[in-house]
Design a binder for this molecule. Structure first.
Ligand code: FES
Ligand code: FE2
Length: 459
């Protein structure tokens, strides 16, 4: 049991720490997992106004959304010249295209004549040229103005001044990130230290197998924060406790833009206060959707549920023609290792459930949001064609269990998560208090995110 200190932020849950669990890994554990990066950032309440006040939302739009790197789509969404994808956040809209030379380029999705959106919000497809639907001004894929009607009436328009306005677009992990601030720091600098922890290739070899876009009746930060801690697991997902180290999750933050959690699987919640045999744990072990685990697995004498399940995943991935995972440690296979990148996205690097989250305000409304939940799969090694999934829309009152192809258990868990969100927003308005009270350790990622948000808003 870890020692309990009286200094704020130093206390930890009873039960095994993540580092103690990693010490029993059946493979060498890489250094990025063996280190911790936490410090106490204060225990003041966070004002409810940050979620409920329209002026605060407008400040976020003015000072934050247009200056931060956000993943917009995947490289495989625009493989051919002329393919395009639109990413919208608040009033901002980026038109991302594959140019004639095969480069990825992005522009403000607005006409240089009278501002009309060139392609509809959240659309994607193929186009020969970028043509405004209103009066037909037309640009090539490199953003150069090619033609417009009645040139004789615009002697003041010289085509070289009327190219589409560029948006920064850079790649990491097969994701295309955009930044509307042309002077922003590079994506590589922004993501530091994520690329030194997780190789870009880990995500590059995957493709979008499922994308669910759910509307939520809450501020976008309330939605995002529901996935920044595992403190909610015992109350919101009690069925997961037998095989999930919830309150003994490890939390780390780095610089301004990146934080992470390492949530151990195959270990019972310390909140249960009971021990289980390794076989009992293995029988309930949930790796991703558990679709691939139909046989009755057995823990060998002296073995652990974590090692047994990890080996099962290594074997089945290899048998399915996937990569050799012999050197990948148990934690990287079965645990939830989730990297948050400010302001609105999380990347899950684990082998058994490679997913990505993104949260955005819905249009200009600070009381509604969109939650993009993406399930990635490893591309077949023999290069067979794969189908990149289109977003599947879900209204706020629709259940994840109705999504075709989504495992029912996973759908149920996401219904549990999103089921709290409207109540959290409404309670923020109804509360006689002024703000949110946070745990020093388990909710540090939320405080870290707000600290960075303040840095943007104060500039
Ligand atoms: S507004 Fe686009 S061509 Fe007129
Ligand atoms: Fe949850």
């Amino acid at each position: 049991m870890s020692e309990v200190s009286t200094k704020p932020g130093e206390a930890r849950s009873p039960g095994l720490t993540v580092q103690e669990i990693l010490a029993k890994d059946s493979k060498p554990v890489p250094k990025y997992l063996r280190t911790q990066s936490y410090e106490f950032l204060g225990d003041e309440d966070l004002s409810f106004e940050r979620y409920t006040n329209k002026n605060f939302h407008e400040m976020e739009i003015e000072k934050m959304w247009g200056r931060t790197w956000q993943w917009a789509c995947r490289e495989e969404h625009i493989p051919e010249t002329g393919d395009y994808y639109v990413y919208d956040v608040g009033p901002y809209s980026a038109l991302i295209v594959r140019s004639s030379s095969g480069e990825i380029k992005a522009y403000r999705n607005a006409c240089m004549h009278r501002g009309t959106k060139l392609k509809p919000g959240s659309s994607n497809g193929w186009t020969e040229a970028i043509r405004c639907p209103y009066h037909g001004w037309q640009w090539n894929l490199d953003g150069e103005l090619e033609s417009f009607l009645s040139e004789w009436d615009f002697p003041h328009v010289s085509p070289e001044d009327y190219g589409l306005i560029p948006v920064r677009a850079e790649l990491w992990g097969g994701f295309i990130f955009v930044n509307f601030d042309i002077d922003a720091i590079s994506l590589e600098e922004y993501l530091d230290p994520l690329p030194s922890h997780i190789s870009s290739e880990v995500f590059e070899v995957r493709y979008v197998a499922m994308h669910i876009e759910k509307e939520l009746n809450c501020n976008w930060k309330i939605a995002s924060e529901a996935f920044l801690e595992a403190y909610h697991v015992p109350e919101t997902h009690p069925e997961l406790m037998q095989t999930n180290g919830d309150v003994n999750t490890q939390y780390d933050f780095y610089g301004d833009h990146v934080n992470r959690l390492v949530n151990p699987a195959g270990t019972p919640s310390p909140v249960l206060g009971k021990s289980m045999t390794e076989q009992e744990i293995l029988d309930l072990f949930l790796v991703g959707d558990r679709d691939d685990v139909d046989e009755q697995l057995k823990v060998e004498a002296g073995g652990t549920a974590r090692a047994t399940m990890s080996q099962h995943v290594r074997d089945s991935v290899l048998a399915a023609g996937g990569p050799d995972l012999s050197d990948v440690c148990d934690s990287e296979i079965v645990d939830t290792i989730a990297y948050f990148v400010f302001p609105n996205q999380q990347f899950f690097s684990g082998v058994s459930f490679p997913i990505v989250y993104r949260f955005r305000p819905l249009g200009l409304d600070h009381t509604r949001s969109v939650f993009d939940f993406v399930i990635l799969k490893t591309r077949p090694s023999k290069g067979e064609e794969v189908q990149t999934a289109q977003p599947y829309p879900l209204k706020a009152d629709e259940s994840y269990t109705t999504v075709p192809g989504l495992d029912a258990t996973v759908g149920y868990v996401f219904d549990q998560d999103t089921g709290n969100m409207q109540a959290a927003h409404e309670g923020a308005l109804a509360s006689g208090r002024t703000g949110v009270t946070l745990a020093n350790y388990q909710e540090i990622r939320i405080r870290h995110m707000h600290r960075t948000l303040d840095k943007y808003l104060e500039e």
